[in-house]
Design a protein around this ligand. Structure first.
Ligand code: F6R
Length: 357
């Protein structure tokens, strides 16, 4: 039920802080120990490489998941688009573990890979919002997103839930392997939930940004470096699927290798700048597009902000920024869709679960 909300998408965006808190609650016991199936623990410990396979938004969560698992658990990770994997199989490591990320658990492209790697005898784990789904039943193990039903076609709370569960999996693996972490990622996740709430209270500002930058736009670019780039990919996907504005996410440094030719007077460029190590670099990229007439919109993080940034998100741990920097992008896409009179919850040509390859 939508309740007082005009659209499921807005309701689901607002639910994100509660979903993160619920995930922490479901995966942590009263002594702050993580509760994960021992078999999953063992599978992660024994894996010499993790292969994440997913589509669309879930693929974007997988890209962030790679950062979590490599940084915290020190296991190499490859992330693959499911539809490519089937015929473009990489050379596998000796002890691979496959992680399928799928909100619906019914995505045919992902299932095709699952069937294939299972037949090869490899271990499989599905991270899904629907525990009884096909991908959940057919994989060796399942991790539940606990996000509650997601009705809007554009995925929002499932994306942030996927990243939170991947963070928990990475932390659990690090702890099991005895890897010392200099921060408590679970504690950081609760800081994330609070920051999400602050962002969800700033809808009017997002409505304004959407009308300032996108009301007449034909296209829009999202740029970032490092994990900000991955969030940019997701921001672009959200915008194109519900507002039909052609949008692309790019690595900031890659622009000058071709894409910058598309920048004209007034082209909107949303830059995500939440990472200290690449702050100078991404701001340099903004200068490059500004010099070509772009209408740039910098979304930065408290502590790294500069005069002229259009929006500043609250400070969270640098690894956790995707969980909150995506919220303004979800809301901008939502308002752009509304302002253009599109069907927010049921965009044309799309279905909630894609059960054909
Ligand atoms: C975008 C979106 C899609 C899905 C993709 C995978 O908002 O929802 O890109 O993420 O179709 O779906 P699942 O996660 O159900 O496998």
């Amino acid at each position: 039920e939508k309740g007082t909300y005009s659209h499921f998408m807005l309701k689901e965006i607002d639910e994100q802080p509660f979903v993160i808190r619920k995930i922490i609650q479901r995966y942590q016991d009263e002594n702050n120990a993580l509760k994960l199936d021992d078999k999953i623990r063992k599978a992660m410990q024994e894996a010499d490489r993790v292969y994440i396979v997913a589509c669309g938004t879930s693929y974007h969560a997988g890209l962030v998941g790679k950062q979590f698992i490599e940084t915290l658990a020190k296991i190499p990770v490859e992330v693959h688009v499911a539809s490519e994997f089937s015929y473009n199989m990489p050379i596998l490591s000796e002890k691979p573990l496959f992680i399928f990320i799928s909100q619906s658990g019914e995505t045919a492209d992902s299932r095709a890979v699952l069937v294939k790697v299972k037949a090869l005898g490899h271990r499989t784990l599905t991270i899904t919002n629907v525990p009884g789904s096909t991908l959940s039943r057919e994989a060796d193990f399942t991790l539940h997103l606990h996000a509650g039903p997601e009705i809007a076609v554009a995925s929002t709370k499932a994306y942030t839930a996927q990243m939170a569960v991947l963070a928990i999996l990475a932390v659990d693996t690090a702890r099991t392997k005895g890897i010392e972490l200099d921060f408590d990622p679970i504690q950081e996740l609760s800081i994330v939930a609070n920051a999400m709430e602050i962002l969800c209270d700033q809808k009017d500002e997002m409505d304004k940004i959407a009308s300032e930058y996108l009301s007449t736009a034909r296209n829009c670019f999202f740029i970032g470096r490092g994990i900000d780039f991955y969030v940019g990919l997701e921001g672009a996907l959200k915008l194109k699927e519900i507002s039909y504005i052609q949008a692309e996410g790019f690595a900031g440094g890659e622009l000058k290798h071709g894409t910058i030719a598309l920048i004209e007077e007034g082209t909107p460029v949303v830059a995500i700048a939440t990472q200290e190590t690449v702050n100078l670099g991404i701001r340099g990229n903004v200068k490059e597009v500004d010099a070509r007439g772009a209408n740039s919109c910098i979304i930065s993080m408290k502590g790294l902000e500069q005069v002229g940034d259009r929006f500043v998100i609250p400070a969270v741990h640098e690894l956790m920024t995707p969980l909150i920097s995506v919220i303004p992008l979800q809301l901008i896409a939502y308002y752009a869709s509304l302002q253009r009179g599109c069907d927010v919850d049921k965009p044309r040509n799309l279905a909630k679960s894609v059960t054909v390859e």
